[in-house]
Design a protein around this ligand. Sequence first.
Ligand code: PMP
Length: 360
Amino acid sequence: MKGIWNFSAGPAVLPRSVLREAAAEMENYRGWGMSVMEMSHRSEAFGEIIGQAEQDLRALMHIPQNYHVLFLQGGATGQFAAVPMNFMKNRRADYIITGFWSERAYTQAQRYGDVRVVATSADRDHSYIPDCTDLPISRQADYVYICENDTAHGTQFFHLPETKGKPLVADLSSCLLSAPVETEKYAMLFAGTQKNAGIAGLTIAVVREDMMENGGLPETPGTMQYQNIAKNRSMFQTPPTYPIYICGKVLQWIRRQGGLEEMKRQNRKKAALLYDYLDESRLFHPLVEPPYRSMVNVTFTTGVPQTNTQLASLAEKEGFIGLKGHRAVGGLRASLYNAMPYEGVERLVDLLHRFEKSSV
Ligand code: PMP
């Protein structure tokens, strides 16, 4: 098989060992005589899989006892509606807009109540994170919302906003498990698993118990009501069993690597290698201001759309996949999730360097 380097934003590269284990267990999972895909979600074998996945996630993220871990369907996009439905007691929420994904969440939330933008980076094309130390938080706000790492624009919060006592809700889709997290600072966090935590079809939510006490807006469907899902231990409906199984394997892999501190060390090193090159390059330029640059989604451009396209197609020919920027942002993007080895980034820098030399 021709080797490739997969820099896609998600679905994304998985650890090779996870794929090999899944392949070996495909037809006969640990002597049960069938694939995990064929098992009842209420079987003993699957009970162990989901139980272990929750335990590993709790251990890695130091999730306190008063938080529930929910395994959900509907993607992170589903949570853009589920969050207001579950939490908007006063039908008021404050959103911080730092790119494509918080804008999307904001648009959805507007269907359920009075939603205010308390900070935005739209004035400079979402190339930075606004100062969030003294925001005009609404007195009746049910929560304050952020997208912690904008996968499309390539910005990341390295300091959480000061919410003046209001619950913080965060979309961690692209940075979950990429570094240690202070879970107790969030009232709720969620992430689709198809980037750093597995494959598409599963969304993980970590919700503080007091947030789900009132069951949410009356129109909230049972499949989206966190209280109901928690009560049923993520089995109110059939959960996405195979994505949970793969996520479990990724969590075990991260634990074997040394946990989230080690992920952060590796991710920092990879990101630094690429950003250092881009900062020195005469052809390529990073799109984000230095203090706010994502460790996992590196966005950059030559400034000329045709040249970006030329690079992306040359890259593809050489086996570098997924370097085209998000459709709403343009330019180029390299996603450096946990499973991307340092060598992949070295090879990418070499490719960019060769392209630069041949075009200036
Ligand atoms: N939030 C962020 C930060 C994302 O990157 C994405 C997907 N790229 C989403 C939400 C939407 O996820 P999904 O397509 O799984 O609903």
